[in-house]
Design a protein around this ligand. Structure first.
Ligand SMILES: [Zn+2]
Length: 241
């Protein structure tokens, strides 16, 4: 796991592929139940993470590339299965780990004194301004100075898209249009997310690097769709007080 380096009393980590029980192509610390991995193995992986981090439990969202943000006030069956239509989570309750999964999309962790948040940001999330919404909800919950850490995701040199799509994302999230190694149009999720957060007064740092370029460390939907029909696992960003 990579330490996000969030200011205390918040803690944050980004999980890697290492340390779980799932077999290929989900090897080994796959935390997602919706990717055809064995349910019992995913449950075991989640238990291992909870134990390692000393948490009361993890809260998940059913991530739909939307802009839904939910405040978690306690753990329940629903929070462990995943709250509906949720790409952003916020809590001020100590011991609850907010988990947002990715495999190219960015897990983003946010922390202020007494409030933490997590988000799953891909191209649609950037365009729908999910991060400003998470910041708004955190401020409603009493957050003042917010620090964010952007975790591992596909980089602008790898994330090729049609030029028209790069243009659309740039319009919604200025700074996100980029160019691949081959010189074709691409989206730089980290650049777009950084600018969105900074415009809302959030201090930003970046951890982990490119998912597609680090097959031993991270799952990558795009890398693995070339090789095995998109079957791959999900790592996660986890934040807690
Ligand atoms: Zn890359």
């Amino acid at each position: 796991m990579l330490d996000a380096g969030l200011p205390l009393p918040a803690h944050g980590v980004f999980t890697t592929r290492a340390g779980g029980v799932s077999l290929a192509p989900w090897d080994s610390l796959n935390l997602a139940v919706h990717v055809e991995d064995a349910f019992a193995k995913v449950q075991r992986n989640r238990e291992l993470v909870v134990a390692q981090l000393g948490l009361d439990g993890l809260a998940f969202g059913k991530q739909v590339h939307g802009s839904g943000v939910r405040v978690v006030r306690g753990l329940s069956k629903k929070t462990s299965r995943g709250l509906d239509d949720t790409d952003g989570l916020v809590t001020s309750v100590p011991g609850i780990g907010l988990a947002m999964m990715g495999a190219d999309c960015l897990p983003v962790l946010l922390a202020a004194d007494g409030v933490v948040g997590a988000a799953h940001v891909g191209r649609p999330g950037l365009a729908k301004a999910l991060l400003p919404e998470v910041v708004r909800v955190m401020r409603d919950e009493g957050a003042r100075d917010i620090a964010a850490v952007i975790g591992p995701g596909i980089c602008g040199r790898c994330y090729e898209v049609p030029p028209s799509m790069a243009g659309e994302v740039e319009k919604a999230a200025p700074g996100s249009r980029s160019t691949t190694r081959q010189g074709t149009a691409s989206v730089d999720l980290t650049a777009g997310a950084t600018r969105q957060l900074e415009q809302h007064g959030v201090t930003v740092s970046v951890v982990g690097g490119c998912t597609l370029e680090q097959p031993d460390l991270f799952f990558s939907y795009r890398r693995d769709s070339y090789r095995r029909d998109g079957l791959t696992g999900r790592h996660a960003g986890i934040v807690w007080l």
